[in-house]
Design a protein. Structure first.
Length: 279
C-alpha cells in the first residue's frame, strides 16, 4: 500500500531557537507541546495535512528515563543528538490508519521493528483551548545511528483540531510534496525503501531511485561523500516570486535551483526546498 507523508522530525537544541528560525523564514509555528517521554515540539502545519516537527528535549529526567527503558523514539533521537555532524531532518513519519498492521507488513518484508510507541498529550490551540491527542507509532528497522528513522504514525484520537489558523503562512507555503535522501549507492536501499514507502522503485538515468508516495514522492540520489541521510524536504508555495521577495526582506539567503529555491537549515545538514504549487 502506497504511503503518504505525515510529518518530518527536525531536532533542535531548544524550541525557542526553532520557533525563531521558522518564523523568520515565514512560517506560522504552533504553540509548544510536551511529550510524556521528555521531548517537546512546536510544529509547522500545512493546509495539505502534513507538517514539520521541530523537536527538542524539554524534560531531561523523563528523556533519560525513557532512553534507559529502551523507548524507540527517544533512543533514535538520542543517537542523532550525539552525532558530531547532525542531520537537520532525522526522521520521516508516514500516515497510518493501523500501526499494528503496518508493523506486521514491515516485519514480513524484513524491514521492521517489533517495538511500538504509544502515548497521549495535550495540544494547546490558538484560541486558548486544548485537545487531547493520542498516537501509536510502528517503526522501520534502522541501519545505523546516523541513518534516518522511518515510522508509521497512527492518530488514535477522534477529535480533529481546527488548525486552519496555523496553516496560513506569510511565505505562502501550502504543503509537503517530496523528500530527498542520499546514499553512496542507492541500490543498497532499494528493497528497504520499497517496503517503507509501500511502492516499487523507479530507476532514473542518473542512478537515483524514485518511490511514488500518495500526493508526493521520495527520491534517493547517489553521493560520493556522505551516508544514508535525508538531504531535503520539498515544500510547495502558492507564489515563488512572492516568497523570494519575502525572504529577501528578511535577509534570508536562498540558493536558486532549477525548479525553485533552497534554504539551508540551521540545526544540521539539510535544506528546505521550495517550489511553486502546480494547479
Amino acid at each position: 500500500m502506497m504511503r503518504a507523508v505525515d510529518h518530518l522530525v527536525m531536532p533542535f537544541n531548544t524550541l525557542p531557537e526553532a520557533c525563531d528560525w521558522f518564523e523568520r523564514i515565514g512560517f506560522v509555528v504552533a504553540p509548544e507541546a510536551a511529550h510524556p517521554f521528555g521531548t517537546g515540539n512546536a510544529c509547522v502545519f500545512f493546509a495539505d495535512g502534513r507538517y514539520l516537527e521541530p523537536l527538542s528535549i524539554v524534560d531531561p529526567a523523563a528523556y533519560d528515563a525513557a532512553k534507559a527503558e529502551g523507548h524507540l523514539f527517544v533512543e533514535r533521537d538520542a543517537d542523532v543528538r550525539n552525532l558530531a555532524d547532525r542531520p537537520a531532518i532525522s526522521g520521516l513519519a508516514f500516515s497510518s490508519s493501523d500501526a499494528l498492521a503496518d508493523r506486521e507488513q514491515l516485519l514480513e518484508e524484513e524491514a521492521g521493528e517489533d517495538g511500538l510507541v504509544e502515548f497521549g498529550r495535550t495540544m494547546r490551540l490558538p484560541d486558548g483551548g486544548a485537545a487531547e491527542l493520542s498516537f501509536r507509532l510502528a517503526f522501520a528497522a534502522i541501519h545505523a545511528a546516523d541513518a534516518p528513522s522511518f515510522f508509521c504514525c497512527e492518530a488514535r484520537h477522534s477529535v480533529r483540531p481546527d488548525r486552519s489558523a496555523l496553516t496560513t503562512h506569510p511565505n505562502g507555503a501550502t504543503g509537503v510534496t517530496g523528500v530527498t535522501l542520499t546514499a553512496p549507492d542507492p541500490q543498497v536501499f532499494r528493497d528497504y525503501l520499497s517496503a517503507v514507502c509501500g511502492s516499487p522503485a523507479e530507476n532514473n538515468p542518473d542512478g537515483s531511485l524514485t518511490f511514488a508516495l500518495e500526493c508526493g514522492r521520495l527520491d534517493i540520489v547517489p553521493r560520493d561523500v556522505g551516508s544514508f541521510a535525508i538531504e531535503s524536504v520539498t515544500i510547495t508555495v502558492a507564489d515563488l516570486a512572492f516568497a523570494r521577495k519575502f525572504w529577501q526582506g528578511q535577509g534570508i539567503a536562498c540558493a536558486e535551483e532549477s525548479d525553485g529555491v533552497a534554504v539551508d537549515c540551521p540545526n544540521g545538514r539539510g535544506r528546505i526546498r521550495f517550489i511553486e504549487e502546480r494547479s
